[in-house]
Design a protein around this ligand. Sequence first.
Ligand code: 4AD
Ligand code: MG
Length: 437
Amino acid sequence: MPDSHRPRRIEDLPRLAGATVAVRAWVTTTRFSGKIAFVMLRDGTGYVQVVVSKKDVPDAAWQACGTLTQETSVEVVGAVRADPRAPGGGGVELQASELRILGPSHDFPITPKEHGTAFLFEHRHLWLRSRRQVAIARVRHEVIQAIRDFFYERNFVLVDTPILTGSIGEHAGTLFSTEYFDLGKAYLAQTGQLYVEAAAAALGKVYCFGPTFRAEKSKTRRHLTEFWMVEPEVAWNDSDANMTLQEEFVASIVARCLERRKAELAELERDTAPLERVTPPFPRVSYTEAVERLEGLGAEMAWGRDLGGDEETLLAKQFDRPVMVYNYPRGVKAFYMKENQADPRTVLNNDMLAPEGYGEIIGGSQREDDYDRLLARIREEGLPEEAYAWYLDLRKYGTFVHAGFGLGVERTVAWICGIPHIREAIAFPRTLYKLWP
Ligand code: 4AD
Ligand code: MG
């Protein structure tokens, strides 16, 4: 194959102006003006307009051109021409010398007209090709890379934790279970936290990053049954240091997207002004103070109750960047959180609430490092003691102050993209109602 026919990606065309190249891609739209056709192509790396003149291409190519429909896959050979006004956005277009259909596409279900959400999700496998969905996927990819780089640069060690587990991480009520040979029930991990706590004693600064599962019957815009969570765990960090790590972490993810995903955020029509403000320090408000503030704002909020979605939104609205609410009543939080010696009704934890109504994106805490207190909490919650023997061991052999947190990837992506529902923040969402495609 001559070099000019080596297939190129659309993203590479701007630096190939003047050259003749081959491109394999999908048709998005076509427009005819007499003996010239304008074919818009996309290949996932970008969009480019192909100009096909009847006089410049073989007859078969011109005829093929007349049959192109949305999502037909094609191979085009053409000259790359610089044109700052080219509609593809890359500042180039292709002047075709050859066009061949690779795969026809009849009646592609997702047309440029409006479709209902239910219809779009039934066709999620095809909807993924649309401009907005491609932009969201690329922001998600950037968020994940930013997460990995943040921890890599700080010498954290990635530890992969199991998805099939024998113990409960968060709440007994929201577990998916499956029969596990002769060993009884296995649960799909709600969190990798208990395991990274063990790893923190081995490696100091660690994190896990993987899918987690919650059999939550929530129908909100913020809940999936399968979501991705990143969970750092740091030996010798207390709750305060934990919050400092969180604000640096979130600020770095947002800054990275602003810097490298401008085009995608523009495609999503995201107002980036609120994101530009996401710099440390973030405001810190105790739970007790949050309750007072909420009462002051007219909410009915009794001390001891967890903040609901509406309260989170109302509270977060009072600030221009993410807010950290710390030291919740222990009754509404998980068994492993360290009791606050200054006020034993509360624990040394915090949630981070994103602005603009996105709610909790992080849950974190200092962990109970006292063997007896932890055992008492496990008993209080009616958890099976045998399953936690190994976890208690961490308090038996050189117990240590430690803290960590979990950040939900889809909530973070939804917030950064400014999309209303977290279902669009993952390629194939799993919810109470969704197991296909
Ligand atoms: O607050 P959560 O339940 O905390 C934990 O799982 C801790 N073990 C984390 C830790 O300390 N290592 O969940 C953490 C985050 C939430 O703030 C939210 O962003 C996300 O995970 N999350 C969900 N995202 C989508 N759908 C759901 N059902 C979610 N539940 C939690
Ligand atoms: Mg939480």
